[in-house]
Write a protein that binds this ligand. Structure first.
Ligand code: ADP
Ligand code: MG
Length: 674
């Protein structure tokens, strides 16, 4: 059902919803809250944690206009437990009379420690006759949705409420009765949008119901894709010993046994006409790039083209740089990225279409129409966890003929084997299970932000000796990112005037980013201040120190990825996790785990333990992780049920397969159309 069918939805709202990836009312209903607020309970002011949204009931003591930097209406109020100042910046003079001393006010807002005590800026306020005569606060949690600028929570909530009146029509049961869970999908959706207070179990049940169906749809899409793939064929590429020799000679190191093993697994796949679908897993820094190069080598030597897709432009450029060195004189390596000049782009597209470009490295830009290959033999996707299944397949269909390209997917995310086989039933798996020799674990310490000056002193010493450091500033939003990073860069340049300090963040133009990265790579700057844009893949072996500011805000997997930016050479490397006290228990446990553990798989297990189901609904996955309900690592317990349900659906309700796949994967699965 079209979103425009909802009351009051015009072009502007449509555009905002499209930014959230929502095109139909069904999509909207599957756009679930990222967290909930309990607005049903009135808390004593003194018990409200600073920074938390809370409902409280207070009595006005004084109300006046305050002139400061900004004029505001200041209402001093209190309950039996303590005082709080309610502050309005937008107000009309007449309002002052409404809040005369003695008035009871029921509020909802965020209380913070202000300069003059506890403050709440622009709370929602209702006057009430007294504590005995309160309005009904209901018994349901208030959902908070992920949104985009211009689309407010109340507006989104209204849209959801309108959509929910149609949920039973829009979400008929599609899972065959034999394997259908008791709870209907429509009821589960209703619950997820407005759960009862204190009904965690019911909410969990609803979530499981949706996770189950999402996993089922994913599994069905993959099974159907596999059926289709059986009929496909790829270009057989015979190994070429001379080309293999040439690559080995161009490398500045010897391959590890683990790399050799994985390369030989790939070698066998590539010589077959059956299209390869292989996932290479290996911890950060294990050397996946060279494995990709070996695969590319075999395909290029056989006369076909290779496309390599990276999640960020910085990473794509870095791959292009490495590959140009390794393939010098043997293959043309081209780059296709968003920020390129038109002329450069045009000549690349021509080389790709005519087959002169043996290897093309790029970002999502590789998917765009207008990118046509002459004879695409192999697609390599780096850091797969960043891409949806749909994208992977879109690229695969670009082979330029009926022939399907071989595919190699590389990731540092330790996906459990059971899960990989269920969700990506079409993938064979290789593991690079050892790091190159001579690496010593990155020494990791956690320190309070108060120790920043000491950290800067230490940086001065080691950078004077020629070492290089990353300084990472995580933050919640893009713009917050940029300012935090700018401030840190400024502060470091002031304290360390003798050292070059570079700055790279997501809001910079790509040409600027490239120049800054190049300066750092070439050693012209000693410190690179960055936002988490450097999280995946960046390889500057000379950098030996990484400082992660506000590390308590990041997840374990992301911290591990970031730490993997150092410890890539044979020098001892260091990672400093700066945190802002006080820290929550789980954050403390995360940092502790990181200080003592260096293995990505072990860390992933710790991560699982730390993230109980309770925290689940609140965690927004970073990056382009597209699952809505199913949390890849946590929901492995649902898999056996999903596997059998998929079989039964294919057998007993084949007519529902497409609808289910479309419901959950939408336009993202390009094989959603039969
Ligand atoms: P990742 O698996 O994280 O993508 P990279 O491919 O970026 O790792 O490799 C990490 C670093 O290790 C790079 O600097 C690379 O040149 C180096 N490297 C890769 N393989 C070896 C090896 N066999 N011996 C020594 N260094 C290696
Ligand atoms: Mg990599």
């Amino acid at each position: 059902m079209k979103l425009a069918a909802l009351p009051g939805v015009g072009p502007r709202t449509l555009e905002q919803l499209a930014r959230l990836g929502l095109e139909t009312v069904e999509d909207l209903l599957l756009h679930v809250p990222s967290r909930y607020e309990d607005r049903t309970r009135i808390l004593p002011v003194a018990d409200v944690e600073s920074g938390q949204g809370a409902r409280f009931l207070v009595r006005v003591r004084d109300c006046r206009v305050q002139f400061g930097q900004r004029r505001s209406l200041r209402i001093d109020a209190a309950d039996e437990s303590g005082e709080v100042t309610l502050r309005l910046f937008h107000f009309r003079q007449e309002q002052q009379a409404q809040w005369s001393p003695g008035t009871w006010v029921l509020c909802w807002g965020i209380i913070r420690e202000g300069r003059w005590g506890r403050e709440c800026v622009h709370p929602q306020m209702v006057r009430v006759p007294g504590p005995e005569q309160l309005p009904d606060l209901g018994s349901r949690l208030t959902p908070v949705y992920p949104t985009t600028s211009g689309l407010t929570q109340p507006r989104l909530l209204k849209l959801q409420q309108a959509a929910l009146t149609r949920v039973h029509d829009l979400f008929p049961e599609l899972v065959p009765a034999e394997v259908r869970p008791d709870l209907s999908v429509a009821d589960a959706i209703v619950t997820v949008h407005s759960p009862q207070v204190d009904a965690d179990e019911t909410l969990q049940l609803a979530r499981d119901r949706l996770a189950f169906e999402e996993l089922l749809a994913q599994r069905l899409a993959v099974l159907r894709g596999r059926l289709r793939a059986r009929e496909d064929s790829g270009y057989p590429c015979e190994p070429d010993p001379q080309a293999e020799q040439a690559l080995l000679q161009a490398l500045p190191f010897e391959l590890t046994t683990a790399q050799q093993r994985v390369i030989s697994e790939i070698r066998e796949n590539l010589r077959s006409t059956e299209p390869m679908l292989r996932l290479v897993q290996g911890d950060v820094g294990c050397g996946k790039t060279v494995v990709a190069a070996a695969a590319a080598n075999q395909v290029v030597a056989a006369g076909y083209q290779v496309a390599i897709m990276a999640p960020t432009e910085i990473l794509a450029r870095q791959h292009a740089l490495a590959l140009r060195a390794w393939f010098e004189g043997r293959a043309e390596v081209h780059l296709l990225a968003g920020g390129q000049k038109a002329a450069e782009r045009k000549s690349t597209l021509k080389a790709v279409a005519e087959g002169a470009a043996g290897i093309v490295v790029g970002t999502q830009a590789l998917f765009q129409s207008g990118v046509d290959f002459d004879r695409l033999g192999l697609v390599i996707v780096d850091e797969q966890h960043r891409f949806g299944v749909g994208q992977r397949l879109a690229l695969r269909d670009k082979s330029g003929s009926d022939v399907i390209a071989h595919q190699l997917v590389m990731t540092a995310t330790p996906i459990p084997r059971t899960l990989a086989q269920t969700l990506y039933a079409d993938l064979a798996i290789s593991r690079i299970d050892a790091l190159p020799p001579g690496r010593s674990p990155v020494q990791t310490v956690a320190m309070s932000q108060h120790k920043r000056p000491a950290v800067i002193d230490r940086l001065r010493e080691v950078c004077a000796q020629g070492q290089q450091a990353f300084w990472v500033c995580p933050a919640l939003s893009e713009s917050e990112h940029a300012t935090a990073a700018e401030e840190i860069a400024e502060m470091l340049s002031e304290s360390l005037p003798e050292l070059g300090v570079g700055l790279v963040h997501g809001q910079m133009k790509s040409a600027e980013k490239i120049a800054v990265m190049e300066d750092f790579r070439a050693g012209r700057t000693s410190i690179l201040v960055a936002t988490t844009v450097i999280e995946v893949g960046v390889d500057v072996p000379g950098a030996t120190i990484i400082i992660i500011d506000e590390a308590e805000r990041l997840g374990l997997a992301q911290l591990h990825q970031l730490r993997g930016r150092v410890g890539r050479g044979d020098q001892q490397s260091f990672c400093v996790l700066l945190y802002k006290p006080p820290m929550r228990d789980t954050a403390q446990a995360r940092l502790r785990a990181l200080c003592t553990t260096h293995d990505g798989f072990a860390l992933a297990e710790t991560d699982l333990e730390l993230r109980g189901a309770g925290e689940l609904l609140g965690t927004a996955q970073s990056g382009g992780h597209r699952m809505r309900f199913a949390e890849a690592l946590l929901d492995t317990r649902l898999l056996p049920q999903v596997v059998s349900a998929a079989e039964i659906t294919l057998r007993n309700a084949p007519q529902h397969v497409s609808v289910l796949v479309r419901r959950w994967l939408g336009g993202r699965a390009n094989y959603a159309d039969v």
